[in-house]
Design a protein around this ligand. Structure first.
Ligand code: DSN
Length: 415
């Protein structure tokens, strides 16, 4: 076996990791789906659990030597149940897309109709966008937000009555408002549809008691674990006991092979963190920080999609300022602020060069940023957008960003 440390054995990879650590330490991470995990989570990810095969579920494995793996996986399940009030949890999905696919195949037949949100209105690729394989297998019908940028429940009901979907799907990657799960469940019941929520973006806000929780209401809820929830890359599926067998069989052996138990241990740790009182405060501050940005961008005269935010993210049309989302993203990168270009509802531009930028507060809030820092960040984003062609100005902002990040060290243990 190679007993050399990484820096000794492979200085090239070691350098890339070091550079990425430095990028994270010295920039402002505002992609709303990103966050910074704790060192305890990092430790579990890099543990010997990665060596073990464990197809099956706790107590029912196809391999020997799973006694400690079983402990870890059961802990992750029990903590997730407690965190969300779930009847049943599968912690094995490798990420959000496989989790959603496993649910579709568990509960539906090829050709069945699913009513889900249009991607440009804040939905998600895995909710049946035509470029995905799932769109070839299931019949996805897409609802949109109304002129005020809200989900129009009357329209949703009318579409449900017309198309008679087998499943109604909510949960979004750019939609920034609260979701009325009871009302959507009532529409689903009227047409005999199953209800599925993909809470990947807002799981941490739900766990922290800051947003409505669909888990007690909906049949099945999926989430990634690495966004607001602040755990490792991966996903979980929560469901009612009555469909637990179908869900478990669909994840394994239906769709996946051996679970990644190092990730599952890291999920268990993230759930323990999320069960602590400090996490509630973290979730509250994420929303407060997003509201600071909402006010700033309104004051600066930007057009906020969906009329603003009830969660951690903002989708902003930057074209009235004379640039595209892509140009804004590039300018902000030069200023040390990472966001992502994003389509706005019915965007006349293309996905690679859309009209909007999407930004969020989970990672900066993990870093310790509060209202005062968010005020500065809002000012800098506006300055960068208004001076997007002026590299000197962008470099000046980057220096200010650097000075601020020094006051909020991220991983002193890794330096
Ligand atoms: N890629 C994630 C996001 O950024 O929203 C969703 O899968």
């Amino acid at each position: 076996m190679n007993h050399q440390k990484l820096a000794q054995f492979d200085p090239i990879v070691a350098a890339s990791i070091k550079h990425e650590l430095n990028r994270q330490e010295t920039g402002l991470e505002m992609i709303p789906s990103e966050n910074f995990v704790s060192v305890a989570v990092l430790e579990a990810l890099g543990s010997v659990l990665t060596n073990k095969y464990s197809e099956g579920y706790p107590g029912k494995r196809y391999y020997g030597g799973c006694e400690f793996i079983d402990e870890v996986e059961q802990l992750a399940i029990d903590r997730a149940k407690q965190l969300f009030g779930a009847e049943h949890v599968n912690v094995q999905p490798l990420s959000g897309a496989p989790a959603n696919i496993a649910v579709y195949f568990a509960l539906l037949k090829p050709g069945d109709t699913i009513l889900g949100m249009d991607l440009s209105h804040g939905g998600h690729l895995t909710h049946g966008h035509p470029v995905t394989h799932m769109a070839k297998i299931f019949n996805f019908i897409r609802y949109k937000t109304n002129a005020e940028g809200k989900i129009d429940l009357d329209n949703l009901r009318a579409m449900a009555l017309e198309h008679k979907p087998k499943m109604i799907l909510v949960g979004y990657s750019a939609y920034s408002r609260e979701i009325e799960y009871e009302k959507i469940k009532a529409i689903a019941d009227e047409v005999g549809a199953l209800t599925m929520a993909d809470i990947a973006h807002i799981a941490g806000l739900i766990a922290g008691g800051q947003m409505n929780n669909p888990v007690p209401i909906f049949d099945v809820v999926t989430t990634t674990t690495h966004k607001t929830l602040r755990g490792p890359r991966g996903a979980i599926i929560m469901c009612k006991e009555k469909i637990a067998k179908e869900i478990d069989k669909s994840v394994f052996p239906g769709f996946q092979g051996g679970p990644h138990e190092n990730n599952i241990a890291a999920k268990a740790i993230a759930f323990k963190e999320a069960l602590e009182p400090a996490y509630k405060e973290y979730a509250r501050q994420i929303k407060v920080n997003a509201k600071v940005l909402e006010k700033k961008f309104n004051d600066f005269g930007y057009k906020l999609m969906f009329g603003g935010t009830d969660n951690h993210l903002l989708l902003i049309d930057v074209t009235p300022k004379g640039l595209s989302g892509k140009e804004a993203q590039i300018a902000l990168d030069k200023a040390g602020i990472t966001v992502n270009k994003n389509m706005i509802p019915d965007d006349p531009r293309s996905p690679m060069d859309p009209s909007g930028i999407r930004l969020g507060t989970p990672a900066l809030t993990t870093r310790g940023f509060k209202e005062a820092e968010m005020e500065l960040v809002g000012n800098w984003i506006n300055e960068a957008i208004e001076n997007w062609k002026d590299d000197g100005k962008l470099a000046e902002i980057k220096n200010k960003v650097l000075e601020l990040t020094k006051k909020f060290p991220l991983y002193p243990e890794l330096q």
